[in-house]
Design a protein around this ligand. Structure first.
Ligand SMILES: Cc1cc2nc3c(=O)[nH]c(=O)nc-3n(C[C@H](O)[C@H](O)[C@H](O)COP(=O)(O)OP(=O)(O)OC[C@H]3O[C@@H](n4cnc5c(N)ncnc54)[C@H](O)[C@@H]3O)c2cc1C
Length: 307
């Protein structure tokens, strides 16, 4: 079962999801081709990759129409059984449209994929992860958007063939213009190893300073649940969850977060989750590896004394 993985890259660097897609592709057991679309001479060599195909385009960064045309052209030439894209803002922009145009089987937000004879079986989430469903496709090509952070990144290595695929110039209806740095003093919570995450349980805005200080002492990055952003206490770049960022730090320390499905959708694959909540029934304890039924301010005070 041949698999075509579409690499995601940004400013000349592959995004982690690319390597996660390769791991998922390897599980399907067939030849794996990775398509690198755009000017970047990206090195995406990883164990288990048989071929890297560069699609040279005028545009170096992601543009919807360019990716759609490139993947369509690759599918026409190579007829892969499975096309894997990340369930990311970029791929969501064209993946569904392409599958509809080419008549491919399609599922998004997939977090498990396997083969059953000639059929692909994908498990995906619906309604903000409230419902999980298994989708079994009839034999035939499928295009799947896989949820980031679920698969471990494929390890570097291998010696794949490197080829080129020609593509006629594509007129983009939406052009990438520029990158803007995040607001000064803000951070990228998706790359932090240790997140100290606070929720409505902190009670009031004045408490933010206490947790910023604690995060600093612990060497953690401060993240928040949505009510904290909705209240205007922290910028949206810090929000974890379905309508915020998906994170997978080594440690996720949650203070006063109940564990709503929309929050869990963004953090439940964290390596170690520690939850502090006064409510022993809080759903966050269902995903936590360690938990304390305790007042978060008391725990914060004790922690601050230790560092
Ligand atoms: C379409 C949609 C998208 C959404 N996207 C997101 C998203 O991306 N991210 C997100 O976070 N939410 C999101 N939400 C909101 C989500 O449904 C919840 O409302 C939200 O996650 C709740 O945040 P919370 O856990 O901080 O607050 P609450 O649910 O109010 O929980 C506060 C917790 O703090 C505990 N607590 C209170 N005082 C203390 C104390 N002194 N010590 C210890 N514990 C204490 C309480 O027991 C409680 O469990 C979304 C909702 C919708 C409808």
């Amino acid at each position: 079962m041949s698999v075509l993985v579409v690499a995601e890259h940004l400013q000349g660097r592959a995004r982690d999801v690319t390597y996660e897609l390769i791991s998922a592709a390897r599980e399907l057991g067939g030849p794996v081709t990775v398509a690198v679309i755009g000017g970047a001479d990206l090195d995406v060599r990883r164990e288990g990759v048989d071929e890297i195909v560069h699609v040279r385009t005028e545009q170096t960064e992601f543009e919807n129409d360019v990716y759609q045309a490139a993947v369509e052209s690759l599918v026409a030439e190579r007829a892969p059984d499975v096309v894997l894209l990340g369930f990311t803002v970029n791929s969501m922009g064209y993946g569904g449209a392409l599958a509809a145009k080419l008549g491919l089987g399609f599922a998004s937000d997939v977090f498990s994929v396997s083969r059953d004879g000639d059929s692909i079986v994908a498990t995906r989430a619906f309604y903000g992860s409230k419902v999980h469903g298994e989708v079994e496709f009839p034999p035939g090509p499928v295009l799947l958007l896989l949820r980031p952070t679920v698969w471990a990144p494929a390890p570097p290595g291998g010696s794949p063939a490197v080829t080129e695929h020609g593509l006629a110039p594509v007129v983009s209806r939406a052009r990438h213009k520029e990158f803007r740095e995040v607001a000064k003093g803000d951070v990228d919570i998706t790359t932090a190893d240790f997140l100290l995450s606070i929720g409505r349980g902190i009670g009031e805005q004045d408490a933010i300073a206490t947790f910023e200080e604690l995060a600093g002492k612990l060497g953690a990055t401060l993240a928040v649940s949505r009510p904290i952003v909705d209240a205007g206490w922290m910028p949206s770049a810090r929000q974890v969850g379905q309508s915020g960022k998906t994170v997978k730090p080594k440690v996720y320390l949650a203070f006063g977060i109940s564990g709503a499905v929309q929050h869990l959708a963004g953090m439940k694959t964290s390596e170690t989750i520690i939850a502090v909540n006064t409510d022993p029934e809080a759903a966050i304890f269902d995903v936590a590896h360690y938990g304390a039924v305790a007042d978060l301010f008391e725990v914060a005070e004790e922690l601050a004394k230790l560092v």
